[in-house]
Design a protein around this ligand. Structure first.
Ligand SMILES: [Zn+2]
Length: 212
């Protein structure tokens, strides 16, 4: 795709080429920031550099450093996390319009959850909103998460963002439990299954005791 755009802009001004490429590069690198490594991004930038160098040479004849210097500049960029980075090349117009680089996008890594780590502190609502769509109202989940300090009441483990979580009635509704906060808890889905089986078994034994 990038190759095609560069080809199409063989005789176009540098600014037109940059304006066309930037959204592609930014979009692509944002989309893949969770999957690929910084090395991949740097490799891509390197490939683009080679293509742009060829683009430049094709328009100003045999490469002279002077001519290339009109298109490529050394410089410093400020990245989204606030740090500055020294760049050995920027594809940049005299007006300061510059080509975006893949490796300016931060790589997002989903960190593994350690059981002793305190999770989601102060971020309950965000998390509940994320998880909440399928299971319950975000507000209710957020409140329960906070109350349980992020742990499942059945197994005692911290909830991980990938876990399926459900709202459980501590005293089941069909055993007379009410739909109110003090009778609610968050459980892993598989823990909820265990607990329901346990509740039912208890109900059976209760019934048997009563019928004795
Ligand atoms: Zn659990």
């Amino acid at each position: 795709m990038i190759k095609g755009v560069i080809k199409q802009h063989k005789t176009a001004p540098q600014s037109a080429l940059i304006s066309k490429l930037n959204p592609i590069i930014r979009g692509w690198s944002n989309y893949y920031s969770g999957v690929v490594s910084m090395e991949t991004f740097s490799k891509l930038d390197n490939i683009i550099w080679q293509m742009l160098r060829a683009w430049t040479i094709s328009r100003c004849g045999k490469a002279s450093y002077e001519k290339l210097g009109n298109y490529f500049h050394k410089g410093t960029v400020k990245l989204s996390h606030g740090k500055e980075r020294q760049e050995s090349w920027l594809f940049k117009t005299k007006d300061g319009l510059q080509l975006w680089k893949h490796n300016w996008t931060q790589i997002v890594r989903h960190t593994l959850i350690r059981p002793d780590a305190t999770l989601y502190d102060g971020n309950w609502t965000y998390w509940a909103t994320r998880k909440g769509q399928a299971i319950d109202t975000p507000n209710r989940v957020a409140k329960l998460l906070k109350k349980q300090k992020g742990r499942c009441s059945w197994c005692g483990q911290y909830f991980a963002p990938s876990d399926l979580v459900e709202v459980d009635h501590i005293i089941p509704r069909n055993h007379g439990g009410k739909d109110e906060y003090k009778n609610l808890q968050l459980l892993h889905r598989h823990c909820h299954d265990d607990k329901t089986a346990f509740d039912n078994a208890n109900a059976v034994s209760l019934t048997m005791e009563q019928s004795d």
